[in-house]
Ligand binder design. Sequence first.
Ligand SMILES: [Zn+2]
Length: 238
Amino acid sequence: MVNAQLSHLIELQEIDTRILEIGRSINDIPRRLREAESSLQSSHDALKKTEQQRDALEKKKREKERALDDANEKIVKLKSRTGEIKTNKEYQALLREIEAVERERSLIEDEIIALMVDADSLQRQIRAAEDDFRKRMEEVEARKKRISEEQERLETHLLSLQDTRKKIRSMIDGEIYDEYIQLIELHRGFAVSEVRGEICQGCNMNIPPQLFVEIKKNEEIYHCPHCRRILFYREPAA
Ligand SMILES: [Zn+2]
């Protein structure tokens, strides 16, 4: 005849183990949500970096465009001076000066074209980075939604377990229950242990053969001589 108190204790331990596991899962949810958020960061950073590169390039291009305007102005001014020229020597000097500024202008134009090509390529990179960011954002939102749904399920499950626990707890004698709670606190949630092959599954120590014979009957509440856990025996599944 199985001890009724012992079988309630076994049930209580099973329930408490599940409550503990669910509690841990619920406690882990804020971390998982943060983790989901932070996976967006690198994608966001990549986008910002490319945008900064593009902005720097645009700034450089504007500077070059101003330099081009200056060069054009200079050429116009130089050319307007041809009327004042008296000698051929002065004229040759002016032409050389104009040619020099024109060469400079041509270099600036090349630079501007190169910058425009780079800006185009960066703009494509930005569009790709934006697409990537949007895609990841959607993934993160979906992931967060799944986590929240899981949280709801866990909380509902927890409530029903706590309900069942109350019923079981009401069937356990006060003194035995107090002892169970002390063991729960002592052994981090693990108070009732199976004995398998003369070994306490709580502390992995050997149970004396004579005590094991008694435990196998499950008629009394026995404690592990090593860890004090409440012991029970379960017939191995065939
Ligand atoms: Zn033990």
